[in-house]
Ligand binder design. Structure first.
Ligand code: TRP
Length: 330
């Protein structure tokens, strides 16, 4: 039996280069080896109150981007979270054994209440239970996620084990974080510090035009040319090199590394090269995204097919969970 993989991306706008290099590219690789369920976490994005039009538009866009990146609905199960009501039912059941204290201690919850003090809704508090339901509903073994999701995954294991213990079952396996890339690639943003993120305003989107990419990359924070050989790189410079390593050939990386060591590097030249290499990587993706976005019929067929396969797996888990809890027909 193939191991079961589950992962989701929240539909809060377009996907960026960090999503692609850090997550999507791994998904594409994993779909051949594992029994994969990849979904668009539209219910999770409701915690920040998008408009109806924005929510729907983002779900379509992420679906088109998943397909453009190479996820193949014949090889994996590709679906929209809200198309699988079994997930939300399991979420309710898990909430009965999720304690206020542990939910309040969750780092992402604490961050959110700082960022949106006027919208501390119950969905935010129980975000980890919904994520646990996403994973446990397919009884996943592996969850490809970044470091920022480790605490959520730990809570998923806690909820699953607690369920098993309380109801005397072995229904839920313990899902492990999984990343086929080692070492883990970190894709920094263009503002000199931190990783690329949608909300940080430092991202390059897969759908950005070549002109957008050139403009953004040329504006990226760099630094002065080093004055002495082997001078340690400042964070903005390290970040530019990290991007270069992620998208350019090893010859190119070596060329600029040598120039850095020789103190002759011109960051303008390096950024020009970086922009062109990013454009070479994203252009075919952008063209495919546009093609899929223009094909409503295909998007809805893919979603329908994915929902059917996901529900088949989800129904069986939910049936067993309810039976364990004593929810039975009279
Ligand atoms: N919380 C994840 C994120 O913000 C998205 C997500 C929701 C997810 N449900 C999941 C990831 C289940 C993996 C598995 O990135």
């Amino acid at each position: 039996m193939k191991q079961i993989v589950v992962s989701g991306i929240r539909s809060t706008g377009r996907l960026h280069l960090g999503n692609y290099l850090g997550a999507l590219r791994n998904f594409v690789q994993m779909q051949r080896e594992y029994n994969c369920f990849f979904f668009i976490a539209d219910l999770h994005s409701l915690t920040t109150h998008p408009t109806a039009a924005d929510l729907h538009g983002s779900v379509r866009a992420v679906m088109a981007e998943y397909l453009a990146a190479g996820l193949d609905p014949k090889q994996c199960t590709l679906y929209v979270q809200s198309d699988v009501p079994e997930t939300t039912e399991l979420y309710l059941l898990l909430n009965m054994n999720a304690y206020l204290g542990e939910l309040q201690r969750c780092t992402s919850f604490k961050d959110k209440i700082r960022k949106q003090p006027n919208n501390i809704n119950a969905g935010l508090l129980t975000y980890p239970t919904l994520m646990a339901a996403d994973i446990l509903i397919h009884r996943a073994n592996l969850v490809p996620v970044g470091k920022d999701q480790e605490q959520h995954l730990e809570m998923t294991r806690t909820f699953g084990l607690r369920f098993n213990r309380m109801y005397g079952t072995e229904l839920f396996p313990e899902p492990q974080a999984y990343n086929p890339q080692s070492p883990l690639v970190k894709i920094p943003g263009l503002d000199g510090t931190g990783k690329m993120g949608k909300s940080e305003g430092n991202a390059l989107y897969l759908s950005d035009s070549p002109e957008d990419i050139r403009k953004k990359v040329m504006r990226a924070v760099s630094d002065n040319t080093p004055k002495a050989p082997n001078e340690p790189k400042s964070e903005p410079v390290q970040n530019l090199f990290a991007l270069l390593r992620a998208v350019s050939s090893s010859d190119t990386v070596e060329f600029f590394e040598d120039q850095y060591q020789a103190c002759t590097i011109r960051y303008g030249d390096m950024k020009k090269q970086l922009a062109e290499d990013i454009i070479a990587l994203t252009t075919p993706l952008r063209e495919k995204i546009e093609m899929y976005l223009a094909d409503d019929r295909l998007l809805s067929d893919v979603a329908a097919m994915g929902a059917e396969a996901a529900r088949k797996s989800a129904k069986e888990t939910l049936r067993l969970a309810k039976e364990a809890m004593g929810i039975r027909k009279l």
